[in-house]
Design a protein around this ligand. Structure first.
Ligand code: ZN
Ligand code: ZN
Ligand code: ZN
Length: 164
């Protein structure tokens, strides 16, 4: 995720071509799953597409509602299993503080990024600052602590929501 300093991620660029974000995410997901021999079933695909409908995270029940609106009637465990699959394949991230899911912008590369969450519009931007992950890893090493999962979520107001 080679992001130039000062360049806004797509999530925070107002009026960006979001159709392209979705298209790229879906193409990449299909490629990665094919390469890994993982089955991107129709339901998993739909769930991923719903998660990608915007740059704001989506909860499991919102996804369930969307599937129901399409005439499908999956049970909640089915949706959770689809979300688990997408998490395992690292195609989505779980935003713990909101108990909701967001599409990963760089699923082909192992990373533990940080999430900036706008509390007004709900947009979440994923950033990956090596310095932050490095500092956490170093602190954990000092304490002989083995890290299993790392969640860095920052809440605030995005550039589009700052009052003039
Ligand atoms: Zn977008
Ligand atoms: Zn990611
Ligand atoms: Zn905002």
């Amino acid at each position: 995720m080679a992001r130039k300093k000062g360049k806004l991620p797509a999530a925070m660029r107002r009026g960006h071509d979001h159709g392209r974000c979705v298209e790229e995410a879906m193409t990449l997901a299909a490629e990665l799953c094919a390469r890994r021999g993982a089955r991107l079933t129709e339901l998993r695909r739909s769930v991923l597409e719903f998660v990608w409908q915007s740059h704001a995270p989506l909860g499991a029940y919102a996804i369930l509602d969307m599937l129901s609106a399409e005439g499908r009637k999956p049970m909640p465990p089915t949706v959770y299993r689809a979300l688990d699959f997408l998490l395992q394949q690292k195609l989505i991230h779980r935003i713990a503080s909101l108990n909701a899911y967001i599409g990963c912008i760089d699923p082909g590369r192992p990373h533990s990024g940080q999430h900036l969450i706008c509390r007004l519009c709900g947009t979440v931007a994923e950033v990956d600052e090596e310095a932050i992950s490095g500092a956490i890893a170093a602190s954990a090493r000092d304490l002989q602590f083995s890290v299993e999962r790392q969640t860095v979520e920052v809440t605030g107001i995005c550039v589009n929501c700052v009052p003039d």
